[in-house]
Design a protein around this ligand. Structure first.
Ligand code: TXD
Length: 326
């Protein structure tokens, strides 16, 4: 990144999430934003619409839309949302083949036009798409990672805040594992400014069984939160919260914040896993995944984590069987 120019953020996919990403990046003045989409005129129209609010919102960055992959040239951060979202009743995994074809092309072009970039993948099925994009782009895994855990953790924290009647700003909650129904909300570590959530639930309800029942319901809601929004929207899937989450990651990288966030990162021995992308807490800064933090898991948590890893492995095996991966 040059000292004298603004960072360049490239958005691959100008749909629902892409639009919010661009607007948030502009509002935060994270850098100039170029949006690519295969639909003619769509990214140009969205970017024009967003930039025309610059006087009102008081941001001063350049926004452009393009249908040519060459627009990715020299990008510092690329955020990938290209693909099709889930329809009601459709699992994330149904999307595998369709989105793998798209991600393969996208990854090849990122490798060609901006091999020095950080790449944040959002497209579903997330863990599989990050794996594929990393392989086809040839970019080191420390700079190719996925967004899921920031959102899943924020959803979990939101439900806890509602339940306890406290500000969500004071809730710390993390979700590990793959971005699917097997994700692992870390109940034992969830706290409100350091005070364990379970302790507060037990005080609120006066017995451990009821506290566990309430927590179990929040965990289930977190796991199914994406589907809950899909069912309500009727068409498309969540887009405001996934965009906010990816922007938090992009900001951590561009401003070298060393944020500790749940990121879909490639594991190399951590948590007993090698060569697979899974959601784990990471230190995110200018070098991308600067550190993977290993949380001590008890047997039950490790068991749930292993189940989640196995579902990611299943998707990766499918990609190999379909010849998308070596
Ligand atoms: O937390 C998470 N990771 C997620 C992921 C939460 C919610 C939704 N998540 C997934 O993000 C969702 O399942 C989709 O796979 C992506 C994008 O969701 P979005 O809601 O933005 O989908 P849209 O509105 O359909 O936009 C997708 C755009 C659309 O404009 C297509 O024309 C475009 O992708 N598209 C392409 N762009 C570039 N290049 C290619 N090849 C391409 N093909 C389609």
């Amino acid at each position: 990144m040059s000292k004298f120019t603004r960072p360049k953020i490239a958005l691959v996919g100008g749909g629902n999430i892409g639009g919010v990403l661009s607007q948030l990046a502009a509002l935060k003045e994270l850098g100039d934003v170029v949006m690519f989409d295969i639909v003619e005129d769509l990214p140009q129209g969205k970017q024009l619409d967003i930039v025309e609010a610059s006087r009102v919102d008081g941001f001063d960055v350049k926004l452009e839309g393009s249908n040519d992959y060459a627009c990715l040239e020299g990008a510092d951060v690329v955020i990938v949302t290209a693909g099709l979202p889930r329809k009601p009743g459709m699992s994330r995994d149904d999307l595998l083949t369709t989105n793998a074809n798209i991600i393969k092309t996208v990854g090849e072009n990122i490798g060609k036009y901006c091999p020095e970039a950080h790449v944040i993948v959002i497209s579903n099925p997330l863990d599989a798409m990050v794996t594929l994009l990393q392989e086809v782009s040839g970019i080191p895994a420390s700079r190719v990672y996925g967004q899921a855990g920031v959102l899943d953790s924020s959803r979990f924290a939101t439900f806890i805040a509602w339940e306890l009647g406290v500000s969500v700003k004071d809730v710390n909650a993390m979700v590990l594992g793959g971005h699917g129904d097997t994700m692992v909300p870390l109940v034992r570590y969830a706290n409100v400014n350091g005070v364990p959530v379970m302790e507060q639930l037990e005080k609120k309800y006066g017995n451990a069984a009821k506290a566990k029942e309430v927590m179990d319901a929040m965990v289930e809601r977190t796991k199914k939160a994406g589907g809950e929004v899909v069912a309500l929207l009727k068409k498309g899937s969540a887009f405001y919260s996934p965009a906010s989450s990816a922007i938090q990651m992009a900001e951590a990288v561009l401003r070298d914040q060393k944020r500790v966030l749940a990121v879909c990162a490639q594991l190399n021995g951590e948590y007993g896993v090698s060569g697979y992308y899974v959601g784990v807490p990471c230190v995110l800064g200018k070098d991308g995944i600067e550190k993977i933090i290993e949380v001590d898991l008890n047997d039950e948590e490790q068991g749930m984590f292993d189940v989640s890893v196995n579902s990611v492995k299943g998707l990766v095996e499918d990609l190999k069987r379909l010849s998308f991966l070596k």
